[in-house]
Write a protein that binds this ligand. Sequence first.
Ligand SMILES: Cc1ncc(COP(=O)(O)O)c(C=O)c1O
Length: 389
Amino acid sequence: MATFEPARLVSDMMKQSERPVIGPSPAGTIGLGAGDPDFRTPAHVRQAMIDAVNEGYSNYPPMTGDPDLLQALADYLERRYEVDWNTSDITITNGGSGALYASLAGYLNPGDAVLLPEPTYSQYADITRLVGAEVIWVKQTADWHLDPDAIRAAAVANPRAKILVINNPNNPTGVVYGRAELEATAAVAEECNLLVLADEVYDHLILDDIEFTSTMDIEGFQGRLIYCNSFSKTFAMTGWRLGWVAASPGLTPPIARVSRTSGGWVNWALQRAGIAAMNGPMEETEAMRVEYAARRDLIEELLDGAEGVSWTRPQGAFYAFFKYDAPVTSRRMSALLRERGVALRSGSEYGPSGEGYIRLAFAADRAAITEGMLRMRSTMAEAREGKIS
Ligand SMILES: Cc1ncc(COP(=O)(O)O)c(C=O)c1O
């Protein structure tokens, strides 16, 4: 039988990626691996989708996005960050993933480099490699905050560095970056002339009473900002696939063109539902946020007394990033955990500093979290005592 080789960039990316391709878990597995909320999409958003389908939004949508949705997004940016964003500087995409792909592919040439403060969401590295560019991992501070000096050093050492990616709140650490570190990072971006891709898909999920500072709200990022967001996490709409990019003036055309050429137009009825989400009440998102915070506190209790397991208490998103003390790689640890019926993610998926860590997504109910934590603790204890490896 004839064999056909995949594109070299694709096979290279697949070799390096630790993003899971293992398929569905066996029955009885507790799923705490995926960042997929267990909440339903708010009722008014669901109704808006149904209405749009019935009203006949079945044609190709306007090429640059539904004008009402673009306006709703610009209005939102003005309400929240007091920025005057032109609708022509916004691109509607197929999910946050589509936003990331269009943004990176729109600006990277083969051989360019992307600076990734790590650990960080694994998709940035995959996309970077897919377009033939190079990933430069940049260490964060010991408590997982941005290290502007390390970013500067990486940019200086890599003259092809073109884009810096900032994910705030961070997946997988749950850390929320503060204003001072963001301002210092903006100064480095200016100094080294970097584009900044800011991924703020968890910006409504701040679990403590702390200020969230957006890149939108920092002067130094303006002119070089590619701001990506998604409806997936804020409105529990992961399966709907709606995202967007707001880029500094002049930066949008390549992003919009890649989006259109790769994923194509975005489902028009879905865009209409997006308007209802942006302009509608936020009580359900707030209720989700409160529940995520309660789950985070539950995890803290369940962690009590676990020898050799530690974490930095997450303040945003819905991830716990555990450091375990056992002579087992995090890839192996996630396989052992899976054998014991709990799906968690290997820390090394998120960059070299994630080795020795496991990520738990508390986007599942409290019973699942409680049982999953028990299984995780006992597996890590056995590995620590050398009973399994
Ligand atoms: C940081 C981050 N950005 C983007 C995405 C992708 O979002 P979407 O599901 O809208 O493609 C995710 C999904 O987990 C994420 O964690």
